[in-house]
Design a protein around this ligand. Structure first.
Ligand SMILES: N[C@@H](CCC(=O)N[C@@H](CS)C(=O)NCC(=O)O)C(=O)O
Length: 277
């Protein structure tokens, strides 16, 4: 180990710590500027970005539409986290935690806000009665959805941060989080050796929650770390990820709230995908 650091008695905010997201990270909550959110015609208004947490929700919405549930039509608005949109006053009213994704359901008498990606998945799955698996597997569904929410911060905020975003490579955190990510991948690989999907035969919101983080990692698409993590070892995760990736709704969901060639920064109708998928 080469780095040494003696913490001061009281921590203070060093604005320039050199990490990739240093200019956006703050030790205080709340809005930094006034900005109303745009509102479209559909009852469901999603404010998000096509990161793994954001994609979970657009995949579910597209899967609901694929089933012919027209009440799941939605407007998706890009919240560019690199530009600090998550700190605008309108967004903070929807999510006091200033993280994408956030949903506003305007279908009832009063708008209902939902934040935290798994809460949005569960809210929509319950609202439309879909993708929850068999009733007797409810506990299994909750377990895997919560597993994802508890585990992914070790992959993203832990491994990904220190491997790809920290100002210089540090052996201790990279070692610690690589070990944990590999353990998590092995948890999934063993489970998927005996199950087609996370809940067995049923494709559910547990798959939609886990796939954007761990499917991407198994395919070597997280942090350019496929070789480092020897992801080829996780053959069952790769088989499962390929199967999910081939679904038309997943192909569409992955394009939403991203900028650039062939992507859809804002989404308002099925026609927006014409020529893209
Ligand atoms: N637990 C939250 C995490 C959401 C999250 O971390 N979102 C990230 C993008 S993937 C974000 O908005 N980051 C902006 C920031 O940290 O300022 C969820 O699952 O919704």
């Amino acid at each position: 180990m080469t780095e040494s650091y003696t913490p001061p008695k009281v921590w203070s905010w060093e604005k320039e710590n050199g990490g990739a997201w240093a200019s956006l990270n703050r030790p205080i909550a709340g809005a930094t500027h006034d900005k109303e959110l745009p509102v479209g015609d559909h009852p469901l208004q999603l404010y998000s970005m096509g990161t793994p947490n954001g994609v979970k929700v657009t995949i579910l919405l597209e899967e609901l539409l694929e089933k012919g549930i027209s009440e799941a039509e939605y407007d998706a608005w890009l919240i560019s986290i690199g530009d600090g949109d998550q700190f605008g006053s309108g967004f903070v009213e929807l999510n006091p935690n200033s993280k994408i994704p956030a949903l506003n359901d305007r279908s009832g008498d009063k708008p209902v806000r939902v934040f935290e990606s798994a809460a949005i998945l569960m809210y929509l799955a319950e609202k439309f009665g879909e993708f929850q698996g068999a009733p007797e597997k409810r506990a299994e569904l909750l377990s895997w959805v919560m597993w994802q929410m508890g585990s992914a911060p070790y992959l993203g905020g832990g491994f990904g941060h220190f491997y790809a975003y920290a100002p210089y490579p540090m052996e201790y955190p990279i070692d610690r989080f690589a070990m944990e990510v590999k353990r998590q991948m092995d948890v999934l690989d063993r489970h998927l050796a005996e199950n087609q999907f996370m809940l067995g035969d049923d494709y559910t919101i547990a798959d939609m929650a886990i796939f954007p983080w761990y499917g991407r990692t198994a395919k070597g698409q997280s942090y350019d770390a496929g070789e480092f993590l020897s992801v080829h070892e996780y053959k069952n995760v790769i088989r499962w990820a390929d199967e999910i990736d081939a679904r038309p709704a997943v192909k569409r969901g992955k394009l939403v709230n991203l900028s650039g060639e062939g992507k859809l920064p804002n989404r308002h109708s099925a026609a927006d995908f014409d020529g893209l998928v």
